[in-house]
Structure formats: C-alpha cells, structure tokens
Design a binder for this molecule. Structure first.
Ligand code: THF
Length: 277
C-alpha cells in the first residue's frame, strides 16, 4: 500500500487549505490516481486496523439494491448512520442507482398530442455482468451512480460517481472515478470495497482479477485528521493479505458475508478519528 501512503504524503506536502461543506476545513489536491495490482495481494491498508466487516456488508448492501440502513445496523455496521433520516432511509443512493436507475422511454403521444413516456428501471449490475459475458471486448462496461435528476433527493450525492470494467486478455480491470475522497477515513474503505467488487466480478465471470485503478477528484485530508495521518505515516506497511473465496459462487447477487477470507491480514492498531458530516 505504498501508493496510499504516497498519496497521503503528497497531500501533506502539496495540498492547499480549503473550506468545505462540512465546515471542518481540509488540505486538498485535485486530481490523483493510483493503481493496485491484485496479483500483488489484496489492497487492505495494514498501517491501521480496518473494520473489514463494515466494508464487506456495505458492498453486499449496495449490490442488493437496498438504500435503508436497517440491514447495516442489523449487522452492527454504523458507517451510514449519520446521513439517514428517522426511518433509516438515505434516498436514491448507490443501491438504487446500481440496481434501479430510472430511465424514461418515449411511448408516443396521447389523444391530446402530448408526449407520453413510461418509466423503466435499469439494473446496471445485471446488465454489466451480461455484457461482460456476451461482449467482453466492450469499452462501455460502465456503472453510474450519478443520476442528475435524483441527486437532490439523495442524503449524500455519490462520492463514487462512476466505474468502468475493462477486460484485456484473461484479466479484468476496474477503474473508479471518485469525485470526493476523505483520504484518512473513507479511502482505505473505498479501495478495499472496489478491489473486492473487482475480485467478485472476475470470480463469477471466470476472469483473473487485474488492476484496480483509483482516480480521485478532490483528494482531501480533514484538518482534524492531521495528527492521525502523521501517526499512520510513521508506520511501515506490511505484506498484503490474500483474498480467498470459501466456495464457488456463480452469480454476483449470491455472495454472502461468509464467502470471503482475508489470509495474513496483520494490521497495526486502529487509529480513531471523527467523521465529517
Ligand atoms: N463522508 C465523509 N466525511 N467521509 C467518508 O469517508 C464518507 N464515506 C461514506 C459517506 N460519506 C462520507 C461513508 N463511509 C467511516 C468509514 C467509512 C464511511 C464513514 C465512516 C468511519 O468512521 N470509519 C472508522 C470506523 C469504522 C467502523 O467502526 O466501522 C475507521 O476508523 O475507519 C465514503 O465512502
């Protein structure tokens, strides 16, 4: 995870102070990119302990199409609590956009000559897997969480705006465009989550997991995370763990929490920090 440490260093050295929506203040760089080769090991940050359970359940929750925090809370995952309303709803966030992206189809005109449309839900994940199977050389293997018409109803507009899968030879690669990146708290989760998604997609379609390419828009360190970042950078990254699937899974929608094993994850102690809301 040298890449992650390097990015933290670059922001400490070259980042500029900015104000932000949460009122916390950050130092930020705009436009960064890192590449994680899954053949080097699974990209889990080792210089602080990551709550793997939150990462896995969050991804399974996205894939299920759910946008209410009940499932997460039932599994002792609290990372979305701050943004939910009193019923636990987050609005049309990731799960909805991945599995039920609203599209309007023209359906002609009515008797008064008005244009008529019907609404359709696009299951972007099902279509992605189908397209990987039928059209593996496609350059259009894209999932978008950014639905401009629905952004105002979201508790938080998606940070993970769009991702693309590309198959080259026997390898599947995945690139994420992340518009806003909380480098200390969110990014270690985000790297692990999308690397896991890549490994899962490769597993169900029979490809080798290749590179996860992480492209960042606003890459920031919150002003109340600076001491934590310096502590983390004083630690030396350890060898990466290996991901093992405990059984053969044939559908991307059939994965369960018990299907993943991270062999040899031996992190340094956790480092606490406040999340900016
Ligand atoms: N908002 C902000 N400010 N940062 C983010 O990283 C972020 N997310 C998601 C939505 N909004 C965000 C929520 N993801 C933690 C980790 C990921 C989150 C939110 C919070 C967090 O507090 N992690 C702690 C404790 C983990 C735990 O107990 O499970 C940690 O030490 O890692 C970016 O996706």
């Amino acid at each position: 995870m040298q890449q992650y440490h390097q990015a933290l260093k670059t922001i400490l050295d070259e980042g500029e102070e900015t104000t932000d929506r949460t009122g916390t203040g950050t130092i930020a760089c705009f436009g960064m990119q890192a590449r994680y080769r899954l053949s080097d090991g699974f990209p889990l940050v080792t210089t602080k302990k990551l709550h793997l359970r939150s990462i896995i359940h969050e991804l399974l929750w996205f894939l299920s199409g759910d946008t209410n925090i009940r499932y997460l809370n039932d599994n002792k995952v609290r990372i979305w609590d701050e943004w939910a309303d009193e019923k636990g709803d987050l609005g049309p966030v990731y799960g909805q956009q991945w599995r039920r992206f609203s599209a309007l189809e023209p359906a002609g005109t009515d008797t008064a000559g008005r244009r008529v449309f019907y609404a359709r839900h696009v299951d972007q994940i099902a279509e992605l897997v189908e397209n990987i199977r039928t059209n593996p050389d496609s350059r259009r293997l894209i999932v978008s969480a950014w639905n401009p018409g629905e952004v105002p109803r979201m508790a938080l507009p998606p940070c993970h705006t769009l991702w693309q899968v590309r198959i080259i030879g026997r390898k599947m690669h995945l690139q994420l465009y992340q518009r806003s990146a909380d480098m200390f708290l969110g990014v270690p989760f985000n790297i692990a989550s999308y690397a896991l998604l890549l490994a899962m997609l490769a597993h169900v379609t029979g490809y080798e997991a290749g590179d996860f390419v992480h492209t960042l828009g606003d890459a920031h360190i919150y002003s109340n995370h600076l001491d934590q970042v310096r502590l983390q950078l004083s630690r030396t990254p350890k060898p990466l763990p290996k991901l093992r699937f405990t059984r053969e899974v044939s559908s991307i929608f059939d994965f369960r929490y018990e299907d993943f094993e991270f062999l040899g994850y031996d992190p340094d102690p956790a480092i606490k920090a406040q999340v900016a809301v």
